[in-house]
Design a protein around this ligand. Structure first.
Ligand code: NAG
Ligand code: NAG
Ligand code: NAG
Ligand code: NAG
Ligand code: NAG
Ligand code: NAG
Ligand code: NAG
Ligand code: NAG
Ligand code: NAG
Ligand code: NAG
Ligand code: NAG
Ligand code: NAG
Length: 439
């Protein structure tokens, strides 16, 4: 009897130096523990752990520092629980990453870690991802989207994934991308993509989704240098609740309509209980123009895509010190030259901004420019109350002859019933970044 128990134990607990496997649970210990702290790539044994416990099992990153010096493909997991108790630190070998990252197709972008499967949880219990993005921010300084700069974590081809408690510190590029997936929930999510300089950490989007359905983001705090949360093409049934965006470009649908032969449909999207803190933009929708162009300011080209944005609600936003709180633009990247802004055929309809309060940096609250090819029906403002910071401080409102908060409008169907206090025609060349009071 005694002998029998012992032999079961030996069979169940097979211990290697780096992965401790107990039943279907794999605990990973970093390689460096055996190499006196020397920086050794931990990715091979991480992949081994997923191989071994990714199907009906648990993969545990123990409370240690893991060096992530290579790309990871941990897709097609089934009924798998991932627990992160340590720091997952990506290396900064830019040449390595640029030549090894996995493409994510969209905008010719790529990722360091392809993750996902069916019925997967990724729970951070005190652990986090460190993208060591500073090297990338410095390298990418004053450039736009640069091929090969990797997204930290991409959830791909997945169904039923819960990511709970994840922090991404200094992501290399976008912190998270949800791609060709459904029923993906990201809760208690924290991102800080702050660099050591005064400039933006360009393209460090907090969250992007593309070709994905039934999505949740709840309880998020994101500090970054681009879109805080962006619903890209074919994002449907997205609910974002209780999120705070600091210092970024705010919450957006877009850019969409980039690909001429691939229409984008974005439907049933709600952003609720959102704090926008000192951002250039707040709650807006951006599409490319109706004409394909070969050049733009963001490092990739496009335009001419059709599609539909329908049934979007921005509710209960608290904005403070926001450059352009509310916008629709239908010619992102060409608006500065007023080129083709009247050409988009991407229809936008049934969009409501309700309970939007707070302060604006300048004398503008909203600019709604719909393409005359497809004027927007069903645009509604309900309890939108925004005033300039200066006004709230009792200072002169602004040094221009415009002494009211501006609400710019054009090509809104039934504008009188929209509830928007339109007091200026929206120029077709209005960009996302407002830097001064308007005349
Ligand atoms: C995982 O569990 C399911 C249901 O219990 C079973 O059908 C399947 O064969 C298991 N897969 C593996 C790889 O053990
Ligand atoms: C990732 O791994 C899966 C196997 O799990 C494989 O089918 C797929 O081709 C790999 N993806 C890439 C981009 O290498
Ligand atoms: C995923 O979970 C659902 C609900 O628990 C279950 O019905 C389904 O069989 C699971 N899928 C797989 C591939 O195990
Ligand atoms: C910021 O980090 C970069 C890359 O590590 C470094 O070259 C630069 O000196 C740092 N700048 C400051 C102000 O610390
Ligand atoms: C996508 O996931 C399905 C299972 O849901 C799998 O059969 C298929 O191989 C995966 N595709 C890729 C490219 O990994
Ligand atoms: C983000 O990181 C910067 C630089 O490390 C730090 O100053 C700032 O306090 C952090 N923000 C949050 C919300 O933790
Ligand atoms: C909202 O999210 C923050 C994290 O960003 C969390 O601290 C807070 O408890 C959440 N509020 C509610 C009501 O859940
Ligand atoms: C969006 O979905 C539609 C059909 O559902 C498809 O034709 C189109 O290619 C998708 N768009 C993109 C950009 O993938
Ligand atoms: C609009 O989307 C919301 C979810 O964001 C959904 O509850 C509602 O039923 C949708 N309305 C229509 C008319 O589809
Ligand atoms: C939008 O929501 C409504 C109501 O829930 C649903 O009937 C419709 O299928 C959804 N649309 C899409 C594209 O998922
Ligand atoms: C807004 O952020 C900028 C840096 O992005 C900072 O210089 C400024 O003091 C902040 N203003 C407020 C009101 O927080
Ligand atoms: C807007 O605010 C009012 C008053 O607080 C509240 O009753 C209403 O439910 C809010 N609307 C939405 C859509 O949250």
């Amino acid at each position: 009897m005694r002998f029998f128990v012992l032999s079961v134990l030996v069979w169940a607990v097979s211990t290697s130096a780096r992965i401790v496997k107990t039943g279907n649970s794999c605990e990973i210990y970093p390689e460096q523990r055996a190499h006196y702290g020397k920086e050794i790539d931990d990715v091979p044994q991480i992949l081994e752990a997923f191989e071994s416990c990714g199907n009906n099992g648990t993969v545990i990153f123990t409370e240690h520092l893991f060096y992530m010096n290579s790309v990871l493909n941990t897709t097609n997991l089934v009924n798998c629980e991932v627990v992160v108790r340590g720091e997952l630190r990506f290396s900064t070998d830019i040449d390595y990453w640029r030549s090894h990252v996995y493409p994510v197709v969209f905008q010719n972008q790529s990722t360091a870690w392809l993750f996902g499967g069916t019925n997967v949880t990724f729970r951070a219990e005190g652990g986090w991802i460190n993208g060591q993005g500073q090297e990338w921010y410095t390298w990418n300084h004053s450039r736009g989207n640069t091929p090969g700069r990797p997204i930290s974590l991409t959830i791909y081809n997945s169904t039923n994934v819960l990511v709970d408690g994840l922090s991404v510190i200094q992501p290399q590029f976008w912190a998270m991308f949800v791609w060709e997936s459904r029923n993906i929930s990201i809760v208690n999510y924290f991102v800080n993509a702050t660099g050591n300089g005064t400039g933006s950490t360009t393209n460090t989007d907090g969250y992007n989704s593309w070709n994905s359905d039934t999505l949740l983001i709840e309880n998020a705090d994101i500090t970054n240098g681009d879109d805080c949360i962006a619903a890209k093409g074919n994002t449907t049934n997205l609910l974002v609740r209780n999120a705070t965006c600091h210092h970024s470009n705010g919450i957006t649908i877009g850019s969409i309509g980039q690909y001429k032969d691939s229409p984008d449909y974005v439907q049933n999207v709600t952003f609720d209980q959102i704090t926008i803190d000192n951002c250039t933009d707040g709650a807006y929708i951006k599409t490319w123009s109706g004409v394909e162009s070969t050049e733009n300011s963001n490092g990739d080209a496009g335009g001419g895509g059709k599609g539909l944005v329908k049934n979007v609600t921005f509710s209960n936003f608290n904005m403070s010190h926001v450059g352009l709180p509310i916008q629709i633009s239908q010619c992102i990247y060409t608006e500065k030259s007023s080129q083709y802004c009247n050409t988009s055929q991407l229809q936008i309809e049934d969009v409501t901004w309700v309970n939007i309060t707070g302060t604006t940096r300048f004398n503008i609250a909203a600019s709604i420019y719909c393409s005359p090819e497809v004027p927007c029906p069903g645009i509604r403002f309900d309890n939108v109350s925004l005033e300039s910071v200066n006004h709230t401080l009792g200072l002169p409102m602004w040094g221009t002859n415009q002494q009211v908060e501006l609400f710019q409008c054009d090509n809104i169907v039934d504008q009188e019933e929209s509830g928007i206090p339109c007091n200026k025609v929206a120029p077709d060349n209005f960009g996302q970044t407002v830097k001064h009071n308007l005349q």
